[in-house]
Design a protein around this ligand. Structure first.
Ligand SMILES: C[S@@+](CC[C@H](N)C(=O)[O-])C[C@H]1O[C@@H](n2cnc3c(N)ncnc32)[C@H](O)[C@@H]1O
Length: 403
């Protein structure tokens, strides 16, 4: 069904997906190749990504078919902002807005004060001052669409100038000497980013819905067989010990004013709350029926008992999600998955997901293994009890169709 999926020569920096950093993103040409294959050979009018993250799959679906009905969901308000900007683009006034922005930055008349918990821990004082100038300038741009694009372009500049290490997605303070060595290029980096990337945001979908919320709640409101294709990459374990999407996003989320974010109200309560509320997080229950228990038993048997609740909690949410995904999908399900390791036991999420989907009458029609180029991920994805968790080096794609 698919030709070369290695796409080793693909460079994100050449397209829209390289304009912002987000953890564990899908590889755009891989998703595009899978989507084109299905879309060109079937009657497809809607694409759903239940964990859209930075919007890779939804954007690629729009590229293939601009009128495609696109629906996505993510619990992280930063993922929501990023995907919204990718799908909505900028409007023709953007070049005037860029000129106005530069003026407001170079001759600031109004500076809105910036205040959030532990901000002096995460930024040097002079950097906070410069960020306040840029932030105040963006706040004075009236056009909603272009203003959101400017927030989007500020995200990487914020991270690059913060006191957190770039070797992990978790917030992890740098050593004092490294903090003193950070060069304050906030303004130059921001303006350059805006000007060099604006032309990548000229495409626009008029047919998308993004839900900001917990997928398990959102899906209960979605009709049976609402989507022709569901394509997604779910988290491969609970965020705290795999990929901390929430912590990665907190600094920009504190700097972007609330009215420009989709917030339910709890997201900024503390630095780890988004991760705790994500799939399999602290708030999830740990309940599995007999069939589900049997799917994970071979792994649990080899893992220390103290870690069972954590794993069961994740799979309890994950199976609920898969079941609902089968209900809302009419034709195809495409999952990009990673197999994590706990106590040196590799949990084969790919096999588990394939068996579960088969049990829900979605037949496996293809499975692809793909090496993740080393450069794409930090060497460690998170820290657990102050020990680094290594990133994975393979991803697997399974494609299922309704029987
Ligand atoms: C592997 S990432 C998706 C990356 C995406 N495919 C991309 O290319 O950018 C998984 C996403 O699931 C989201 N997530 C985790 N738990 C969630 C939940 N309960 N409801 C909705 N989204 C959730 C995370 O915020 C994260 O953005």
């Amino acid at each position: 069904m698919l030709g070369n999926v290695a796409f080793k020569e693909y460079k994100k920096s050449n397209d829209i997906h390289g304009t912002v950093l987000y953890p564990a993103v899908m590889v755009a040409p891989v998703q595009k190749s899978i989507l084109s294959n299905i879309i060109n050979n079937n009657e497809i009018s809607s694409v759903f990504d239940a964990f859209h993250g930075s919007g890779t799959a939804l954007y690629e679906a729009m590229e293939i078919s601009p009128n495609m009905h696109l629906v996505g969901c993510d619990i992280n308000p930063l993922a929501n902002l990023i995907t919204k900007v990718k799908l909505h683009g900028v409007n023709s006034n953007v070049f005037n807005d860029i000129e106005q922005l530069k003026k407001l930055i170079n001759e600031p008349k109004q500076i809105f004060s910036l205040s959030f918990p532990y901000m002096e821990k995460w930024f040097r004082e002079d950097i906070l001052d410069t960020l306040s100038i840029v932030r105040s300038a963006i706040m004075q741009i009236n056009d909603d669409q272009n203003r959101l694009f400017f927030w989007y372009m500020l995200c990487d500049v914020i991270r690059k100038h913060s006191n957190t290490r770039s070797s992990t997605y978790k917030l992890h303070i740098k050593e004092e000497v490294s903090i003193l060595r950070i060069e304050n290029n906030v303004i130059n980096n921001f303006i350059t980013s805006v000007e060099t990337n604006v032309n990548k945001f000229m495409k626009k979908s008029d047919n998308f819905i993004l839900y900001k919320g917990d997928i398990l709640k959102i899906m209960t409101g979605i009709e049976n067989r609402a989507f022709d294709i569901s394509i997604t990459s779910p988290p491969y374990g609970e965020n705290a010990t795999t990929v901390t999407y929430g912590q990665f996003s907190m600094l920009p989320l504190h700097i972007i004013p609330n009215p420009d974010l989709e917030l339910e109200g709890w997201e900024l309560d503390n630095y780890s709350i988004i991760d705790s509320c994500s799939l399999g997080g602290m708030n999830s229950e740990a309940f599995l029926n007999e069939y589900e228990q049997n799917l994970i038993k071979p792994y649990l048997n080899k893992i220390s008992v103290s870690k069972h609740t954590k794993i069961t909690r994740f799979f309890s949410d994950y199976f609920k999600f898969l079941k609902e995904l089968c209900r809302v999908t009419d034709k195809y399900i495409v999952l990009t998955l990673g197999n994590r390791t706990v106590d040196r036991v590799q949990i084969n999420l790919t096999d588990i997901s394939r068996d579960f989907l088969e049990s829900q009458k979605f037949r496996n029609i293809n499975q692809i293994q793909r090496e993740i180029p080393v450069k794409r991920m930090p060497k460690i994805t998170s820290m657990v009890y102050n020990k680094p968790v290594a990133s994975m080096n393979h991803e697997y794609i399974i494609i299922h169709s309704r029987n």
